[in-house]
Design a protein around this ligand. Structure first.
Ligand SMILES: [Zn+2]
Length: 450
């Protein structure tokens, strides 16, 4: 059990339903949960507890990353000028060589980047399982457990190869029945439905152009039978839209709707190309979105209509997306990116700094169905807390702490608690040796993409 921690003297942005903020306040954590928070004199420190002097910092809910492909850390910086389909067809053959060791070291590097950018909870969409590659899901789960992050691996899959009209080469797809068996085994082995769980599993066939409709339907039935969430890519590019119109005769959103995939237990990555009617359909069905602004910009995919989605009541979490289409893999920068691209699309009123911070926290929690546990600073919620320094030269004179975080100079987290346990302190990662992480990740990349 983690000792009680009193974080004292910091600005606080709670991101709760009433927008609670304190210019100078305190947060008390006990037993992995937030016991109390407020301003004025803090309560006495429980016996055996620790006090963190957080003057000059802003405390926010730790960030929630809603979309990633950790294995891609091993293939960064390639196909730099390609669009999505060209990028994928360049990388698929490399990914066919992934094994457990590469997956583990790539995941450690990606997870370290997330922790150091204020992220306590991350999903990962792993959809490549080469024959003979070992247990790649276990490899990344062990990495997350080692770093101490809350983790939701999504058992991804592809069963529509090039010979059947799909995009991926046949050697990287799996047999549909084998996918469903392996997915259910992953749920049996890893999924923890308990409140406050550190590990949950989701079901995640990859995309309309790499998965058959039959697998989409059966995956949804499996997830609902087992009470786990569903995730996939959707409406990322105009090429995907053309693929769906040609192959299925409908746009991507209607295709998914026909497969019973628009529902409150589903969150969808990207959703760049949506019509107003499709946004309304997301709102009516309770479907959530993972917005990946840097990756969408890196691949030139377009700008998602996030302001319209949020106005319609859709939960829009943030995601870094895979490390091969967002070579930084840091989540905090996406707060700024989301705001900037929303304003490029919709003008200066399209998104506030506080809305952007809400996307990275409570909206992300809603995507994962965990808004009762994480995503805001409220008594009874898990003690997932990020502390950001806002008293350095870079922030001097920037009086609004939330603007300092979202719009100010590059933000690296000063402190990170995950379930009440310190993972980052004074800007240093406590749970891994970064030099070792870098060495192992470089060796994994060299082996996979020499
Ligand atoms: Zn993705």
């Amino acid at each position: 059990m983690n000792p009680a921690i009193l974080i004292d003297g910091c600005a606080i942005a709670a991101i709760d339903s009433t927008g609670t903020e304190h210019a100078e306040g305190w947060i008390l954590t006990e037993g992995g949960v937030i016991a109390a928070l407020g301003d004025g004199a803090p309560p006495p420190l429980p016996e055996g507890g620790r006090r963190i002097d957080a003057r000059g910092h802003l405390a926010t809910p730790a960030l929630v990353n809603c979309h990633h492909h950790l294995f891609q850390w091993a293939t960064r910086g390639l196909a730099q000028e390609s669009d999505l389909f060209g990028w994928l067809t360049t990388l698929y053959p490399l990914w066919a060589g992934i094994d457990g060791e590469i997956s583990h070291h790539a995941a450690r590097a990606g997870l370290a980047a997330l922790a150091l950018s204020g992220c306590a909870t991350t999903t990962d969409h792993h959809y490549i399982f080469p024959r003979g590659g070992g247990d790649l899901l276990e490899a990344e789960i062990r990495a997350a457990q080692g770093l101490g992050l809350r983790f939701q691996p999504c058992r991804g899959s592809m069963d529509l190869g090039r010979s059947s009209g799909g995009l991926p080469p046949d050697e990287v797809i799996e047999d549909r029945d084998a996918i469903l068996i392996a997915t259910e085994e992953a749920i049996d082995r890893w999924h923890d439905p308990a409140p406050g769980a550190m590990l949950r599993v989701a079901v995640a066939p990859c995309s309309p152009f790499s998965v058959t409709g039959e697998l989409m339907r059966e995956a949804a039935a499996l997830a609902r039978r087992r009470g786990v969430r569903l995730h996939t890519h959707l409406a990322e590019t105009v090429e995907e839209e053309a693929f769906c119109l040609e192959r299925f005769g409908v746009r991507p959103v209607e295709y998914l709707d026909d497969l019973d995939w628009l529902a409150p237990d589903v969150w969808l990555a990207h959703c760049v190309h949506l019509s107003p009617a499709e946004i309304a359909r997301f709102a009516a069905t309770g479907t959530s979105v993972a917005h990946c602004p840097s990756s969408n910009a890196r691949l030139g995919s377009g700008i998602a209509p996030v302001a319209d989605l949020v106005a319609a009541g859709v939960a829009v979490g943030l995601g870094v997306d895979g490390a091969a289409s967002n070579e930084s893999g840091e989540l905090a920068v996406e707060l700024r990116q989301a705001l900037l691209v929303a304003r490029l699309r919709g003008g200066p009123a399209a998104m506030t700094a506080r809305t952007s911070l809400a996307l990275g926290t409570i909206h992300g929690a809603r995507c994962l169905g965990r808004e009762d546990e994480i995503g805001s600073l409220e008594p009874g919620k898990r003690a997932d807390i990020a502390l950001w320094r806002i008293d350095g030269a870079g922030h001097a004179g920037l009086a609004d702490p939330v603007a300092a975080l979202v719009l100010g100079p590059p933000r690296q987290v000063a402190g990170l608690l995950v379930d009440g346990a310190p993972v980052v302190e004074r800007g240093s990662l406590l749970t891994a040796d970064l030099d070792e992480v870098a060495r192992d990740a470089a060796a994994a990349s060299a082996r996979l993409a020499p």
